[in-house]
Design a protein around this ligand. Sequence first.
Ligand SMILES: CC(=O)SCCNC(=O)CCNC(=O)[C@H](O)C(C)(C)COP(=O)(O)OP(=O)(O)OC[C@H]1O[C@@H](n2cnc3c(N)ncnc32)[C@H](O)[C@@H]1OP(=O)(O)O
Ligand SMILES: O=C([O-])CC(=O)C(=O)O
Ligand SMILES: [Mg+2]
Length: 291
Amino acid sequence: MSKLRRSMLFVPGANAAMLSNTFIYKPDTLMFDLEDSVSLREKDTARMLVFHALQHPMYQDIETVVRVNPLESEFGLKDLNAVVRGGADCVRLPKTDTANDVIEMEKTIEQIEAACGREVGSTQLLAAIESAQGINNCVDIAHSSKRLMGIALGAEDYVRNLRTQRSPEGIELLFARCSILQAARSASIMAFDTVYSDANNEAGFIQEAELIKQLGFDGKSLINPRQIDLVHNVFSPTQKEVHYANAVLEAAEEAAAKGLGVASLNGKMVDSPIIERARWTLQRAESGIKQ
Ligand SMILES: CC(=O)SCCNC(=O)CCNC(=O)[C@H](O)C(C)(C)COP(=O)(O)OP(=O)(O)OC[C@H]1O[C@@H](n2cnc3c(N)ncnc32)[C@H](O)[C@@H]1OP(=O)(O)O
Ligand SMILES: O=C([O-])CC(=O)C(=O)O
Ligand SMILES: [Mg+2]
């Protein structure tokens, strides 16, 4: 199974206290931020703090992503140097508008890897799409680099660009979410949903997490540790789903023993995509059953 990335927790890079203990929350992925959660006067401090955090022993067993500033900003190249040399698993490129944004980032990463002795190709990329232009180009973006492990929606910037606001139902994001998901799957990479910005609204968060799971996303960017267990629970199968998946596999085995390609389980057809989904449900269940 590909790596679980249900929860990707943003940690503001200038917040030394948060950087010192975020590993205790155990999200699937930690995302240290050097971009919009860091004020202009704290950019240099944040870069240094994140560089040191990346090398801390407590962060060696958890996947680390760093959101850098764009290369065309005065901070981008310095960020990239610190992050690649610091050993981040992945660089999150913000506000990706074109495939060329990813290609430029990849070229620069390759130069830094070669210069610092890091294995060339070992730094992954995650492109966040946060504008109408980015959504128009998302298929090209998704296919732009072998390093790209996924693409993500950045909805706060996106709705600003659309000149609207986020609603509880998320109707304004439906086109962008479906576009990102289609583009990611066509390139066989992962798709991540955006942050839910009201850390105290548990019901609203769960509603959004259920929606994006149903659309097919692999996970979600988070802003607060209290959102981690909530999203993990949404992505866990229920006991009933696990029972059904086991029954599907049993029916499939019986059919295979008889040389049949299709089986019937209580009148429902069981064939190859259904069997594959049952296996996937059981793999998901290894990380927890829905409470
Ligand atoms: C549009 C965008 O670009 S979004 C991405 C950039 N934004 C961010 O990264 C914001 C990250 N999140 C935060 O800063 C905060 O969670 C806020 C501002 C949203 C809410 O703050 P609070 O209401 O103070 O959070 P809360 O009371 O839940 O904090 C509880 C504990 O969790 C810690 N915590 C909160 N958020 C985080 C986080 N993202 N990462 C690590 N630790 C965190 C707090 O430090 C606190 O720790 P303590 O108990 O040791 O003191
Ligand atoms: O990428 C995210 O989810 C957060 C972000 O920058 C945005 O929403 O603009
Ligand atoms: Mg943004």
